[in-house]
Design a protein around this ligand. Sequence first.
Ligand SMILES: Cc1ncc(COP(=O)(O)O)c(C=O)c1O
Length: 510
Amino acid sequence: MKALTLKVLYENSDPNIPSRKQAKYLAIADALRKAIKEGQVAPTEALPSARKLAQQLLVNRHTIMAALAELVAQGWVEAKERSGYRVVVNLPIQGSRAINKMAQTQQSFDWKFRVKQSCAVTPKVKASQYPYNFSGGQPDIRQFPFDEFKSHFSQTCQRPKIDDLSYGDSRGEAELIEEIATYLRRVRSITDKKLMICNGSQEALYMISQLLLQPGDKVAVEQLGYPPAWAAFERTGATLIAVKQDERGIDPEHLAQVFAQGKVKLLYLTPLHQYPTTVSLDISRRMQIYQLAVQYGVAIVEDDYDHEFHYDSQPIAPMAADDPSGLVIYISTFSKLMFAGARIGYVVANNVLIEQLAAYKILMNHKCNVLVQQSVAKWMQQGGFEGHLRRMTRLYQKRRDFMVEKLRSFQDQGLPLQFEVPAGGMAIWLDTGKSIVGLKEKLLANQVYLQTEVEFNRFKDLPDDLPSNVPSNLPKKEFRFIRLGFAAMNEAEVTQGLAIVMNTLYGLDC
Ligand SMILES: Cc1ncc(COP(=O)(O)O)c(C=O)c1O
């Protein structure tokens, strides 16, 4: 074995461990193992004596003995009486050298060929990196009462419930289930259903899809909608069918036609604040839709993702609150009233489905984070949650009014903007009066993040500026809308961000 190579291997032994925090003997064992793998010592060949190695590496002989003992324990070398240490006979060194050589000369494995189907949702940009973040569902996380929450978290850790910290009920922590169920009874009139905690409502969407859908099924969705939900449905091989919508929300007549064509298994709806347009679906349309769902045996997934924030009146009760046939699967989330990183969502449905979901969750990840659930439950029990909600509702209402005022002042300056003041939610759906194709990219370059109509509509209502190879008889539609989140930024930030948007869109110098 070449003394120099071993020394180099030892000195470079783990670049992640500066000044060798790893014990010396382990670093030496590592270097020897590498030398053996590289074929510098052949099987059965004797290693240099411990004394020689100690001289080469300028370490104590006991350190070398410890390294050799480690290699014996790992099965790389064996100790032979009176003749020192030898590399064991049956190491597949030739094979591993051949593989190393191949890896150097050939292209590395392209792992994609093993993926059955690539994922439809890959975040392209991180909205929170932008100083002006108009992301529609983004709360102002800076307002979250971290100190208050910290005290609940530390209480949870001071008196841990040891039993709960192991595997167990995959539906979630009993006290959090109880708190959310009580809350939903009070604010959303939901009773007589079972509740399960999920790792965000996206997990609920995914599990529901996996359990209820199969290739060939259809899922009816609003024409403008929430792409992560669509991706979960499509992952099962189901086909999405877009249902037309107007300024009052989804069109029940078109829905009836879609249902009549057969094979629709699920209807995904955002009735309170339609995503992304924020319109509330009125009672008469809800009743028509419910009757159609009963008639055709279609389950409804009702995504009530930001019901907390409704400003001008009490929000309409969800469809799940009046569900005599038990076909509504209700989902919601803490991502808006806490933050998305908390990963707390929930699903409320009939007992049979919840049991199936609970069984499926065991396959995926057993259960959600227990400490976080218990801390959130304490936060709710002791009133902090309600207080935060009240504060945020007041703040977001003020921010909505501020953005409305700003947009009206742009209208007064002659900009062709049109919008309805949303009764709730966290965003304004704004008709810019001109094509927004290419707007997003320009704004990103100017430190502004927002989402445009193109991102919520993939149902072939095509923009005007089509590439030349697209047949000209396809329906054309100019994408003109943008979604402006008003919750996450303060007034100064909104003012500056809107100035950039209006300047980019209309060349307005404000
Ligand atoms: C329509 C809709 N559904 C659900 C969610 C929440 O997802 P999660 O609970 O997985 O964070 C969001 C968040 O942006 C949303 O906009």
